[in-house]
Design a protein around this ligand. Structure first.
Ligand code: NAD
Ligand code: IPM
Ligand code: MN
Length: 354
């Protein structure tokens, strides 16, 4: 039976975003049956915002939800737009408007040499961060008094709702159970943030009682940061709030090779979801062929798996394994290849897997 054509909306975005997304598309096209994926490249990003004055046209997010099976994004962030309003409207806008409440960030050590930690080997570090993606300090609630003066008072409200916390904690436990994982750890700061994170602690206790087969541990987020370095093998799944998840996911990426290798997915089950690497637009290396495209490629694999193209996803991951093993990488991982060279190497490795 011929595979249904999937429509992917692509926002390369800024800096290295378009560079790494190009390689992801190259790999996804090579692994997929002909014409089974259609990429619709969208112009949104800093250049478009500066040229038109519009970050994202009205109704566009709703159209994404109607027209696309998924969105693939590179990165947003440009020094010419210091308030990041385009990222707020596009990336944060998608998370909020499409209600992409699960930010799933896998952390796997694929090669012994990629970790800066002593005596950790492939297979030792294999965890997934479930970051709540619509609430917390990112809810966009706040304001300022006497802005721009020395008397300025700025307020950002951190919110936690029972429903919003329950659904992400539940997603973490359900994923753990479905994937044969034994442990879920909640990272919070309920000692210092008793209202919002106290709610997290109560929800975690209640939901974990429904999963007696899974070991549930509540830790403070600073301890989780420490433990990720001291003994990351103790984690299978970490579930946490928005800002803490942002910080912990960069830290966790670094113990398995850095953000050049870290994929992520912004998911609402059953709806158009958005896939993007954990890293940003890296203006310091943009336009020089230095960006590692493997985070974007692995992000593409997450997207395929989410869209039920499991075999294709596994083939991409195996090809990435192979190029890492052979040292066919960009300089961040010690290699000498360019961004496009790594994309080509993955495609070539795919060709050898049958
Ligand atoms: P960054 O992730 O862009 O870069 C941090 C460091 O990692 C830099 O030294 C960079 O060169 C390096 N790096 C990042 N990706 C790499 C890759 N694929 N290969 C090799 N090296 C890589 O973080 P930043 O510098 O703090 O942010 C730059 C801009 O990107 C900011 O505007 C920020 O807000 C934005 N940002 C966007 C996203 C997103 O769109 N999802 C994520 C994070 C940051
Ligand atoms: C991420 C990024 C974003 C975040 C920025 C660009 C707003 O750092 O996706 O991790 O903080 O969520
Ligand atoms: Mn981040």
């Amino acid at each position: 039976m011929e595979a249904r054509q999937l429509r992917i909306g692509v926002i390369g975005g800024d800096g290295i975003g378009p560079e790494v997304v190009r390689e992801a598309i190259k790999v996804l096209s090579a692994v997929s049956p002909p014409a089974s994926l259609a990429f619709d490249e969208l112009p949104y990003g800093a250049d478009h915002t500066l040229e038109t004055g519009v970050t994202l046209p009205p109704g566009e997010m709703e159209r994404f939800a109607r027209d696309y099976d998924a969105l693939l994004l590179g990165a947003l962030g440009d020094p010419r737009i210091p308030d990041m309003r385009h990222a707020v409207d596009i990336l944060m806008g998608a998370r909020r408007k499409l209600d992409l409440y699960i930010n799933k960030r896998p952390v796997r050590l694929l090669q012994d040499r990629l970790t800066p930690l002593k005596d950790r080997h492939r297979g030792d570090i294999d965890l997934v961060i479930f970051r709540e993606n619509t609430e917390g300090a990112y809810a966009g609630i706040g304001g300022a008094l006497k802005a721009g003066t020395r008397d300025e008072v700025a307020v950002t409200e951190m919110i936690a709702t029972w429903k919003g916390t329950d659904r992400i904690v539940r997603a973490a436990f359900e994923w753990a159970r479905a994937n044969g994982r034994r442990r879920v750890c909640m990272a919070s700061k309920y000692n210092a943030i008793p209202h919002a994170h106290g709610l997290w602690a109560r929800v975690f206790r209640e939901v974990s009682a429904e999963f007696p087969d899974i070991e549930a541990t509540a830790l403070f987020a600073d301890v989780v940061a420490m433990e990720l370095v001291r003994d990351p093998t103790r984690f299978d799944v970490i579930v946490t709030s928005n800002l803490l998840g942002d910080i912990l996911s960069d830290l966790a990426a670094q113990i398995v090779g850095g953000i050049g290798l870290a994929p992520s997915a912004n998911i609402h089950p059953g709806r158009t979801s958005l896939f993007e690497p954990v890293h940003g637009s890296a203006p310091d290396i943009a336009g020089r062929g230095l960006a590692n495209p493997l985070a974007a490629v692995l992000t593409g694999a997450m997207m395929l798996r989410h869209l039920d193209r499991r075999e294709d996803a596994a083939r991409v991951e195996a090809a990435v394994d192979r190029v890492l093993h052979e040292g066919s990488t960009t300089p961040d991982l010690g290699g000498t290849l360019t961004t496009a060279g790594v994309g080509d190497a993955v495609v070539e490795a795919l060709g050898r897997d049958r």
